[in-house]
Design a protein around this ligand. Structure first.
Ligand SMILES: *[C@@H]1O[C@H](CO)[C@@H](O)[C@H](O)[C@H]1NC(C)=O
Ligand SMILES: *[C@@H]1O[C@H](CO)[C@@H](O)[C@H](O)[C@H]1NC(C)=O
Ligand SMILES: *[C@@H]1O[C@H](CO)[C@@H](O)[C@H](O)[C@H]1NC(C)=O
Length: 271
């Protein structure tokens, strides 16, 4: 039996819980900045037709104006001077906050002697912040590459300045991996990621642009694959709903084709 007073407190609590779970009054941009990835590039990135991330709005506007020329950002200064955005989206999933970070590339070069090249490519890292409202801590990180992905737990990926997960970027296909290496073939884990003495890197948190359907950047509202050479932009993909991701895709054996599950710490469990 509840008195009216007890009921009032209970209702108050429920309202508070609902506010917290909706994330009212929370500045998600600050979370996005704090956990944005630190990208590390192959030492050959920036050489002819090995491209750094690219401004998606510039690329889109060019394509819409009828210009179909190759767009490859070979200018490392554009990275160090924070001219190229990284696109993000955050979503509260109960106790956890999921943030996806997307990089755009204007062109992927051949991943072996003679295959794999294409215009326009998107890659993502998704981070899971556990207990974001009580005792936030960076936990799983999902690395995307080559139409697939895999998930690593803390200690099984590197971090920069405590909160920024490190992603190594494949030289030609631009997949994001938790480790360096590669053997220079088109197989799933084999794109070169040799940082070398160049140590080219990108602190993505200095230029973040939120992905939102009501953006002033017109490319974000276009659901066509045409501007992106046959693929969809992040807003119209199956993984737009960050609360319904899984841990990996593909074989758990290391094969040449899609085998993200081979390096996943969480199998293909819900992310
Ligand atoms: C959220 O945080 C960002 C980064 O610190 C800041 O620029 C922005 O003004 C904040 N937004 C609100 C509504 O307080
Ligand atoms: C794409 O967007 C247009 C409006 O710009 C809309 O009419 C159409 O239904 C959308 N298509 C899909 C598959 O969402
Ligand atoms: C989206 O892109 C397609 C293909 O490039 C173009 O035809 C269409 O006009 C664009 N839609 C909008 C709403 O700008």
């Amino acid at each position: 039996m509840y008195s009216h007073g007890c009921l009032g407190i209970l209702v108050g609590w429920l309202l508070l819980l609902q506010l917290v779970s909706l994330g009212e009054g929370v500045n998600l941009t600050e979370f996005a900045i704090r956990y944005a990835p630190y990208l590390r590039f192959d030492q050959k990135e920036g050489d002819s037709e090995m491209c750094f991330p690219h401004n998606a709005a510039d690329y889109y506007d060019l394509r819409m104006s009828g210009d179909s020329s190759r767009q490859c950002n070979e200018d490392y200064n554009s990275i160090t001077e924070n001219q190229v955005p990284t696109y993000w989206r955050a979503q509260i999933c109960h106790y956890h906050l999921h943030i996806a970070y997307w990089s755009f590339f204007g062109y992927n070069h051949d991943c072996d002697c003679c295959s794999g090249e294409r215009d326009a490519w998107w890659e993502s890292v998704v981070v899971k912040i556990r207990d974001w409202d009580l005792g936030e801590h960076l936990h799983e990180v999902r690395f995307g590459q080559k139409h697939g992905w895999y998930t690593r737990i803390p200690g099984h990926y590197e971090v920069q300045e405590d909160t920024h997960p490190v992603a190594y970027v494949g030289k030609t296909s631009h997949g994001f991996y938790h480790d360096d290496g590669g053997t220079g073939t088109c197989c799933y884990f084999e794109d070169w990621r040799n940082v070398g003495g160049a140590d080219d890197h990108m602190e993505t948190w200095h230029n973040l642009v939120e992905l939102t359907p009501d953006s002033e950047e017109t490319w974000m509202t276009n659901n066509s694959t045409d501007p992106w050479n046959g693929i969809l932009s992040p807003l119209f993909r199956d993984d737009w709903d960050l609360c319904n991701l899984n841990g990996c895709t593909g074989s758990s054996l290391q094969v040449c084709g899609t085998c993200g599950c081979h390096k996943s710490d969480t199998d293909d469990d819900p992310f």
